[in-house]
Design a protein around this ligand. Structure first.
Ligand code: F6P
Length: 542
């Protein structure tokens, strides 16, 4: 079955939501809370250790019921079944979308082109486990007989961002291996990373689904050359492994077949950390904890698949995002984790969300007449409070934000944790309740200030929406759940917007032009380029 193909803007519930938006024009969150003492509980949902409070949103019961109606109109239920069944829902690339199969318990067969893929998934997992165990225990050694101390992941996009984010996020659980990530074709990134590494004790993991990506192949080639400056040729087989679907190209690169960790084309790059692409994660935290990450994600898959939409966390969060983007005309959304470990979470989400849903062509090949993905960004709190929160509180743009916090810290310092979480709760409260003119006046009167000209600058309008995700503790399992939550949110939004979320043709043009610019560097000919680009190239070449 292919995905349903329904223009959401022509559905009854979309139209009803437009009328409803006008009804809510004077909606005031504070008064909604006063009117309805059970508002907080009514707009909350939980699953395992994740609690979502979405009551601080510009919604009422009718909003949610219309949004649920919209999901029926666009046949979300059928779309979810198609995805989990392994149907070819990535139609523009003729592929199934089955990252969920990588974290299921493999008890239920999943068929792609008539073949049960679960035994293959289990086999790759066994290979990852055995390799990681040997490297971590020091049994797998470098060419000079020393154990590995460092791992370098060479990849970009989905072959970098997910693993890099998780390795950072699970820093608390890491073993002795130091894991580095090289992604950018910027040679300074490459040489800065390897400058202090000892080739004798460093393992290189080249990750590229296609094994054709310019950045990864250039970086891998440069690194192999650097490695061979001190190591003998035969040492490449001890020190270089690869993850890819393109076994032929990996072999051509000179990687031994036993050092290849295969992946499948039914896993999209930005959803691939659960496959062998997560090898660096498994090396950093050990295979068992990598399994826990997968398990957490698998639980979220079940929640997404089986829970009624009204209590389904990814579905609720997707609906709220649609409400803001398509009815409030919101263009950007923030994700603010209150954990320094999640420093790279928003960066990772940028690819997952914007490469998936940043599209203006619908499933009929027509230009859409509604917005699709917002711009997603964020930084951990409390740092971000001292950076861009001014704009969240008093700027002219409505920016809905997800706040993500943990009840327990990992090093268990109560003073720090209480202060962190006090900020976490206070910010969403401040964004919602704001501060009125009367409150400001009363404050300055108390201080005995006679000049009242400062008043307008101290007023906070409030009424600014947030979601709060409160999670017990940052563990491999809870992180798996959290990431899978956002993956499913992306899927739901793609279904609503009637776009193909699993291709990425929008990155192709820039790649094509880069290779044309590069060859024109060689022949010193800028004439085929527009005047601005030609001028810049001339300046670079002179
Ligand atoms: O940026 C485009 C893209 O194709 C991403 O979707 C992908 O994650 C990245 O490049 C890397 O691709 P590969 O893993 O094939 O090297």
């Amino acid at each position: 079955m292919s995905l349903p193909n329904i223009n959401p803007s022509l559905t009854p519930h979309w139209k009803a939501l437009q009328i409803h938006f006008d009804e809510l024009i004077d909606f005031d969150l504070k008064s909604e809370f006063s009117k309805n003492p059970s508002r907080a509980e009514a707009f909350s949902a939980s699953f395992e250790d994740i609690f979502l409070d979405y009551s601080k949103n510009l919604i009422n019961e009718k909003t949610m019921s219309l949004l649920m109606g919209l999901l029926k109109d666009v046949k979300l239920k059928e779309a979810i079944e198609a995805q989990f069944n392994g149907d070819i829902i990535n139609q523009t690339e003729s592929r199934a979308v089955l990252h969920t199969a990588l974290r299921s318990n493999n008890a239920i067969p999943v068929y792609v082109d008539g073949e049960n893929i679960t035994p293959g998934v289990a086999e790759v997992k066994r290979k990852i486990k055995s390799f990681c165990d040997q490297v971590i225990l020091g049994q797998q050694k470098g060419y000079s007989g020393k154990s590995f101390s460092d791992v370098v992941n060479i990849g970009i996009g989905g072959s970098d961002l997910g693993p890099a984010m998780v390795v950072d996020a699970l820093g608390f659980y890491r073993n002795h291996l130091k894991v580095h990530f090289i992604s950018n074709i910027d040679g300074d990134h490459v040489f800065e990373t390897i400058k202090n590494l000892n080739p004798e004790t460093t393992l290189f993991v080249i990750v590229s689904k296609t094994f054709t990506t310019q950045e990864t192949l250039t970086n891998a080639t440069t690194i192999r050359k650097w490695f061979l400056e001190t190591a003998p040729d035969y040492a490449v087989s001890n020190h270089f492994v690869a993850v890819s679907t393109n076994i032929e190209k990996v072999t051509d690169f000179g990687i031994e077949p036993e050092n290849i960790f295969p992946m499948n084309d039914w896993v999209g790059g930005r959803f691939s950390m659960w496959s062998a692409v997560g090898l660096s994660i498994a090396l950093a935290i050990g295979y068992e904890k990598f399994e826990s990450l997968l398990e957490g994600a698998g639980h979220m898959d079940q929640h997404f698949k089986d829970t009624p939409f009204e209590q389904n966390i990814p579905v609720i969060m997707a609906c709220l995002s649609v409400w803001y983007i398509n009815f409030h005309d919101v263009q950007t959304e923030g994700v603010i984790p209150y954990s320094q470990y999640l420093n790279q979470f928003s960066t990772y989400l940028q690819q997952a969300i914007m490469e998936s849903n940043g599209k203006y062509v619908d499933r009929n090949g027509h230009k859409v007449n509604y917005r699709t993905s917002s711009v997603v960004w964020g930084e951990p709190g409390t740092n971000s409070q001292h950076a861009f929160f001014q704009l969240l509180h008093q700027g002219t743009t409505l920016i809905p934000c997800d706040f993500i916090g943990f009840k327990k810290s990992l090093f268990e310092n109560k003073e720090h944790q209480d202060k962190l979480m006090a900020n976490f709760f206070a910010q969403t409260e401040a964004l919602m309740v704001g501060k009125s003119e009367e409150e400001v006046l009363s404050e300055i009167n108390q201080k005995g200030m006679v000049d009242k000209s400062i008043v307008p600058f101290k007023i906070f309008e409030g009424n600014r929406p947030t979601n709060t995700l409160l999670i017990d503790q940052l563990t491999p399992k809870s992180l798996g759940r959290l990431i899978a939550l956002y993956e499913h949110k992306i899927f739901v939004q793609g279904v609503v917007w009637n776009i193909f979320s699993f291709d990425q043709y929008g990155v192709e043009l820039g790649k094509q032009l880069a290779s044309s610019v590069l060859s024109d560097f060689d022949n010193l000919n800028v004439s085929s380029h527009d005047a601005s680009t030609a001028q810049l190239m001339r300046r670079y070449l002179n």
